[in-house]
Ligand binder design. Structure first.
Ligand SMILES: NC(=O)c1ccc[n+]([C@@H]2O[C@H](COP(=O)([O-])OP(=O)(O)OC[C@H]3O[C@@H](n4cnc5c(N)ncnc54)[C@H](OP(=O)(O)O)[C@@H]3O)[C@@H](O)[C@H]2O)c1
Length: 188
């Protein structure tokens, strides 16, 4: 199985969210995320789950991380509440890690077995929405790990103020089918 982390971060400060929002609006980037996540196993924190339109993603099996065992998901057939990431240490299928910061951090900084094999690193280079209010979520800790343990395997692909680059973990066997799928979805 291949673990793929996907995020869009703001250049320099690595902010991915303020309050409940992503503090920019780039429809082509949001569409790219949906293309990659469609039909996949996706893991998100409870806060991110609540920001997904309709709390869903097309045909995806969503694992929602929360400490509330009674949490109600929007689609009981496809979405599942989980209380820890333990099951992903030996998960046998591909897994797409879709945030937020608390979730990315646990995959990148807690246990080697959770470290993703692939990162789709999208970087937004414009201004943050000045109206956004609330707690700032940033992923600097994950970027530090990415810089140390990963290598870039694509050029930077730029569209609508967002550059997208794929990184893979040094020394890991990477499933070429997954990599090719991601390359076609980001447009390289
Ligand atoms: N730009 C991007 O690519 C991107 C991607 C995703 C999200 N975002 C943004 O990121 C922000 C949300 O990120 P966040 O870090 O604040 O929240 P988050 O990671 O989405 O969710 C945090 C919640 O997940 C649950 N959780 C996390 N780890 C857990 C564990 N080990 N055991 C049990 N439950 C656990 C807890 O839920 P309970 O409180 O229910 O226990 C916790 O409050 C939003 O602004 C969102 O829009 C941006």
């Amino acid at each position: 199985m291949t673990k793929v982390a996907i995020w869009c971060r703001h250049q320099d400060d690595n902010i991915i969210g303020i309050g409940e929002e992503i503090p920019w609006n780039v429809p082509s980037d949001a569409q790219k995320f949906v293309r990659m996540a469609t039909g996949q196993n996706v893991v998100v924190g409870r806060k991110t789950y609540e920001t997904l339109p309709g709390r869903t993603l097309p045909e995806a099996r969503i694992f929602v991380l929360t400490s509330n065992p009674d949490y109600e998901v929007s689609d009981a057939q496809r979405h599942q509440v989980i209380s820890s990431l333990k099951m992903f240490k030996d998960f046998e299928e591909d897994l797409y890690i879709a945030g937020g910061a608390k979730v990315y951090e646990q995959f990148f900084t807690t246990q080697p077995k959770l470290l993703p094999e692939i990162v789709v690193d999208c970087v937004y280079c414009g201004e943050l929405n000045p109206q956004s209010k609330g707690e700032v979520a940033d992923i600097t800790a994950c970027i530090d790990v990415m810089k140390e343990k990963y290598i870039r395997v694509t050029p930077e692909y730029e569209k609508d103020n967002v550059t997208t680059t794929i990184y893979i973990r040094r020394g890991e066997f990477i499933d070429q089918v997954v990599l090719k799928k991601l390359l076609s979805e980001i447009g390289v």
